[in-house]
Design a protein around this ligand. Sequence first.
Ligand SMILES: [Zn+2]
Length: 88
Amino acid sequence: MAERAGSTPFLFAIPRDTAPTPCRGCGRPVYWIRTKNNKAMPVDTRVDGGLEPMRDRDGRGLSHFATCPKADQFRKKKIGAGGRGDAR
Ligand SMILES: [Zn+2]
């Protein structure tokens, strides 16, 4: 048996004041948080174990990079202005 309680995957805490924003890729509401490395990251609360933040309670959710069906779009930022930047 695993030592972890339940099957909760990696959930991120969402500060209680955070407002949802529609994802540019799939339109789902996501909450942008700052990670410990001070990077912005969208968090999806509509997942197993997810919790929407309320006025007096923090929320939690999964990284939307992992749940977004259009996550590929995020990686395709700029492929440079060169022309042959299509390396796979
Ligand atoms: Zn999305």
